[in-house]
Ligand binder design. Structure first.
Ligand SMILES: [Zn+2]
Length: 349
């Protein structure tokens, strides 16, 4: 089953599909980004905190405590000795102002505006078509998709067919996303595609941590988790032209500290103390480092693996299930360095 957390290859290939109609002269051609050749297990990563004053700030102490936890989990599960730089603080407006217009011109038409009060039939039809393609192409059977979905649906829904699953998930994302309108500003900072686009700027950090919620619906990339969450993303590893590893992680701490009822439901009804939120956010960030530094993929169904994505937002259960000795690097195809394909577009450079 695919996941929102790291769909670079699929997302960018689909972005190519999404731009097919603009003519061959303007066609985007994806280029494979080679996996980094680490000279040793010691890795130094430059970190920035992208701050939006519209949301509660995390202190430098909180972020350092979170990263300290990432260091521990990365050592245990990835065998890497991570050292983080001093965390630079950047204003989110200054950061987003660096995205060139030639890129926003490409991605804006692929975004469904979630600020509006009502979605059109066309919004839902385009999304449902994409979701149907996604579900038919992923590595899970309909029965597995249904079993996973049914546990996390509104009880009012009963799914009886593949088509019904698509329609139910479509209704779910468009209905749940409405609850997050209060977290949106009059800006594109919530847009996952804009965070991806930052990889084509000269911003040279390996990790961008933000207090900004990343909540969006696109017509080029989706999956069951993203639909069930109502469009929430926690983070991604994606191409980055201006850093040593040619990839960068962006990471939102928003949902870890948020007590909104809908988000609490996605956590399995749990509230996290600040201390738990810091530790769980730090632990889960390790998953993205596995994508970024080793190009590991998702070993679905193996709860012991740090590279298995968190279903919904129940990070605590995910963390409690991890068991590093049972999921060594190289122990399966997905856990073999280079398994994940990461792409970029030269045209955006
Ligand atoms: Zn992932």
């Amino acid at each position: 089953m695919k996941t929102r957390i790291m769909l670079i290859a699929v997302a960018l290939l689909m972005l190519v599909h999404g731009c097919n109609g603009i003519g061959s002269g303007n066609k985007l051609v994806p280029v494979l980004v080679p996996a980094p050749e680490l000279k040793s297990n010691d890795v130094f990563l430059k970190v920035a905190y992208v701050f939006n004053p519209a949301f509660p700030a995390r202190s430098t102490e909180d972020i350092n405590a979170m990263l300290a936890f990432t260091v521990l989990v990365a050592k245990e599960h990835l065998g890497l000795n991570i050292t983080f730089s001093k965390v630079a603080t950047l204003d989110i407006k200054d950061v987003f102002d660096q995205i060139p217009q030639k890129i926003t011109d490409h991605i804006d038409p692929l975004i469904i505006d979630i600020h509006k009060d009502n979605f059109t039939r066309q919004d839902k039809d385009v999304y449902a078509k994409l979701l149907a393609e996604t579900l038919s192409e992923n590595s899970s059977t309909y029965e597995e998709e249904l079993a996973f979905t049914q546990d996390h649906l509104d009880p009012k829904y009963t799914v009886r067919s593949e088509k019904g699953l698509v329609l139910t998930l479509t209704n779910t994302i468009f209905s749940r996303v409405k609850a997050y309108k209060q977290f949106l500003g009059n800006n594109p900072y919530n847009e996952w595609l804009y965070w991806q686009a930052l990889g084509y700027t000269d911003l040279g950090y390996d990790i961008l941590i933000t207090n900004q919620p990343i909540i969006s619906i696109e017509t080029i990339d989706t999956d069951i988790h993203h639909a069930l969450r109502g469009g929430i993303s926690v983070g991604s590893a994606s191409f980055n032209k201006a850093s040593e590893f040619r990839a960068r992680v962006f990471w939102s701490t928003f949902t870890f500290f948020q007590q909104h009822e809908v988000i609490r439901k996605l956590r399995g009804g749990m509230d996290y103390t600040d201390e738990e939120a810091i530790e769980l956010s730090g632990a889960y960030l390790t998953h993205e480092l596995g994508h970024m530094l080793l190009h590991l993929d998702h070993p679905f169904g193996r709860k012991e693996c740090v590279m298995t994505p968190v279903p919904l937002l129940d990070v605590k259960t995910w963390y409690e299930d991890l068991d590093a000795p049972s999921c060594a690097i190289g122990s399966s195809k997905a856990m073999t360095p280079g398994a994940m394909k990461l792409y970029m577009f030269e045209k955006f450079m």
